[in-house]
Design a protein around this ligand. Structure first.
Ligand SMILES: N[C@@H](CCC(=O)N[C@@H](CS)C(=O)NCC(=O)O)C(=O)O
Length: 197
């Protein structure tokens, strides 16, 4: 069975686990502490980042975007729409949502990995601006869930889940998006169990 190196709080891990589940691919989730740089992770991904999907034939797939595209191919388009325009929309939604995760993770890492006297508030503010603009974009044009879930939806849901975990106040300005997240969870409660925690 494929094994996914992941961690519970990681938004990219949530994205990968939701994508594999959406594609009905059975996998084992292997909790992985990137800070400890375990041998299995470092041998699987030179970047030392999660998620990594390790296939039965020992091929390693990273990052979360490659895992979703793999899941899509293995499931006969179970993760992205077939129709080209709809697929493009899904991919751009995924890109913006992944960028939201990048901005929020950068904010968290600035405090986590720098000595306190070297934390640069200007950098944190810049990332917060990206996150706020990204969430505002979706608040102004809340994605439809009517035609089924795809990789863009699950990545956006993972980003909202990470914001709720790490910076919940940021979400106060986006009530429609929070309502959208609740609808997502009601539609697929099994995916909701995989959100960052
Ligand atoms: N572009 C990657 C980002 C993965 C990533 O940054 N994961 C974080 C956990 S949330 C990580 O592994 N951090 C450890 C590190 O950067 O050394 C993806 O989409 O999978």
């Amino acid at each position: 069975m494929p094994r996914l190196l992941y961690s519970d709080p990681s938004p990219y891990s949530a994205k990968a686990r939701m994508g594999l589940t959406l594609a009905n691919i059975v996998f084992e989730s292997v909790p992985t502490d990137t800070n400890a740089e375990p041998t299995e992770l470092m041998e699987a991904n030179p970047l030392g980042k999660i998620p990594v999907l390790i296939l039965d034939d020992n091929r390693k797939i990273f990052d979360s975007g490659a895992i979703l595209r793999y899941a899509d191919r293995m499931s006969g388009n179970g993760v992205y729409p077939l129709q080209p325009d709809a697929r493009l929309d899904a991919e751009v939604m995924e890109s913006l949502s992944t960028g939201l995760c990048d901005a929020m993770v950068a904010m968290i890492y600035e405090r986590r990995f720098r000595p306190e006297e070297m934390v640069y508030q200007g950098w944190i503010d810049k990332q917060l601006g990206k996150a706020k603009r990204g969430f505002a974009f979706f608040e102004g044009d809340v994605p439809s869930l009517d035609d089924g879930l795809h990789g863009g939806h699950i990545t956006l849901r993972a980003a909202i889940g990470y914001a709720k975990l790490r910076m919940p106040n940021v979400l106060n300005d986006y009530p429609d998006l929070c309502e959208w997240a609740s609808r997502f969870d009601r539609t697929r409660p099994d995916l909701a169990t995989l959100l960052p925690k």
